[in-house]
Design a protein around this ligand. Sequence first.
Ligand SMILES: Cc1cc2nc3c(=O)[nH]c(=O)nc-3n(C[C@H](O)[C@H](O)[C@H](O)COP(=O)(O)OP(=O)(O)OC[C@H]3O[C@@H](n4cnc5c(N)ncnc54)[C@H](O)[C@@H]3O)c2cc1C
Length: 347
Amino acid sequence: MDFSLTDEQKMIQQTVRRFVDRELMPLENEVMQAEGKYPTGIEPGLYHDLQMKAKDLGFWGINTPEEYGGANLGAVMSALIAIEMGRTLVPFTFGGNADNILYHGNEQQKAEYLVPTIEGKRRSCFALTEPGAGSDPSGIRTTAVKDGGDWVINGQKVFITGGNEADFAMVFAVTDRDKPPQNGGVTCFLVDRSMGWTSRPVPTMGGWSPAELFFDNVRVPEDHVLGEVGRGFMLGMQWIGQGRWLIASRCVGTAERLLQMAVDYSKQRVTFGKPIADRQAIQWMLADSAVEIQAIHGGMGYTREMPIERWYRDLRVTRIYEGTDEIQHFIIARALLKGYVKIGAWE
Ligand SMILES: Cc1cc2nc3c(=O)[nH]c(=O)nc-3n(C[C@H](O)[C@H](O)[C@H](O)COP(=O)(O)OP(=O)(O)OC[C@H]3O[C@@H](n4cnc5c(N)ncnc54)[C@H](O)[C@@H]3O)c2cc1C
């Protein structure tokens, strides 16, 4: 099987790499200094200008269909781009994208939510996790009860990325207790903040804060059901599925950058008359860098002079959201044991 990249893939990869090197990496110091100051990590005007610059290079709507003005580059290209973007800690993404499940909306919902999100005029958040239900979202307790032409939502969500800034949420709620959540019991709603939900930041060790969301008798008109009543669980899984491989791809880029930094530092840092790279102990650490990367830089890696400690904190969450490491292992093991995948014939 030939895994080599096509000329077009290499060309796009190189263009993203240049953009990261020239436009984003020079901002790293500023981003570290401004930790906690801006919800997006970068001053909003600058963020917008960068997105426009990237748009001129063709990076707009990486996963968005052409009919919505996107580039629709597909899964492999998106992963390659995510790897390149992972090489910087500047929390930047190209514009022109929207949550994949918003494409399940009807024409009115697409006009009201999907298109403005693609255009950057509206901000969404995905509200599934609750204090009592994370890895096992079938345990959600938030309810939506029909009352005339409205659904009335009550409950609480937690750890919602972008929940402090979003002007609408995709909210998952139990609509039929007698049916399994996976099949008929859960519905997804498009809920504007103006309908009455509130949010509060959850401070974390990372450079940004997700939110707690509170729903206290929030009335939602029935035409705000996304997809069909009772089919929400499937939408939730579809949203999470996309994040899983993009998060992993971004981590690959970060690991590569950190390893390169470690190699450079080890050649330049001299102790007892020799660069530390000459010491076999350090060479072993470099070889084991995938797990040891944060130790290599010694004291400098621990300071806020370098982006390493910030990365160390920010990266931890990639082993939690869109499915923890343990849950990913569980899914792989289940696929093997139940014969869903054939060993040696990966697709
Ligand atoms: C910064 C951040 C942003 C997030 N953004 C969002 C968001 O935008 N929207 C959203 O809905 N959610 C979001 N989440 C929630 C995230 O998806 C959950 O935290 C995650 O699914 C884990 O759920 P939990 O924290 O409740 O842990 P739990 O499910 O309580 O798990 C606790 C521990 O037990 C382990 N565990 C659980 N079940 C098993 C098992 N069967 N076998 C082995 N080990 C197991 C887990 O791996 C974990 O280590 C975010 C979380 C964080 C931290």
